[in-house]
Ligand binder design. Structure first.
Ligand SMILES: [Zn+2]
Length: 246
């Protein structure tokens, strides 16, 4: 239809009409390209939102699941600190530090265990490995996601460093620790004898420092990363959570 009209205009040398025909063609191509671009952009935005919603879901679940482990790890670090304080005060006039209990014994026995999860949300792995991370249009959020992955690598390395030549106290000091075959909580520690063994105290202090670094760095650090990412995702996705009573 348009072609027939253009041919007729050329034959009759109607230059104004030809110019208008040309403009119509150019405009048509422009509009078609724009519509295609808008569609592509719309699809990208939908895909971005789907990824971010999935990530939000994963991070929320991880925060809930890991909270118990975080609290337990911090508590274990605290028990070790209390044992060290008890040893320090042992036999001195200000030995007011409470006697260690079975929880402290468990802490001593497991002071070489750094087995908590170091986990990257699967969606972050997918975003980075497929290059889809570029879909995340908020640059600050994109950087936060990339940094999350880097931090997880660093925590893995940190745990590796902490674990190297760690000391299994129950193996080295069987006369001071009697492991229960049933339950670690039923194991027995001879705390007064431990307090009088400088070798044991040195080894425990070494484990305590490692455990503290593990609790604060690997475990608390990860939970902090998750919280930070979750908050950023809430803002980006305009999600609000109803505060639950403490
Ligand atoms: Zn949220």
């Amino acid at each position: 239809m348009l072609l027939r009209r253009v041919i007729s205009h050329v034959r009759n040398q109607e230059w104004t009409a030809i110019a208008i025909d040309f403009l119509i063609v150019v405009l048509g191509v422009f509009v078609a390209t724009q519509v295609a671009n808008w569609n592509a952009a719309l699809i990208e935005r939908e895909l971005e939102r789907a990824y971010l919603l999935r990530l939000h879901e994963e991070v929320s679940i991880m925060i809930t699941q890991q909270e118990t482990e975080r609290a337990e790890t911090v508590a274990r670090a605290k028990r070790l600190e209390e044992v060290a304080a008890y040893f320090e005060a042992f036999g001195t006039p200000d030995a007011a530090t409470p006697e260690p209990v079975s929880e402290h014994c468990s802490g001593v026995i497991s002071s070489h265990l750094f087995a908590g999860d170091i986990t990257l949300p699967p969606t972050i792995s997918e975003l980075i490995s497929t290059g889809q991370i570029l879909l995340v249009s908020n640059q600050a959020l994109r950087m936060r996601i990339v940094r999350f992955a880097q931090a997880i690598d660093e925590y893995g390395q940190l745990r590796h460093d902490i674990q190297v030549d760690r000391m299994v106290l129950s193996r080295k000091y069987p006369d001071l620790i009697r492991l229960s075959p049933v339950d670690r909580a039923q194991s027995v520690c001879d705390f007064p004898a431990m307090a009088q063994s400088q070798a044991f105290r040195n080894d425990l202090l070494d484990n305590e420092r490692r455990f503290k670094a593990y609790a604060a760095g690997v475990i608390q650090g990860q939970q902090g990363l998750r919280q930070g990412l979750h908050d950023a995702l809430d803002i980006e996705l305009e999600i609000t959570h109803v505060e639950t009573a403490p």
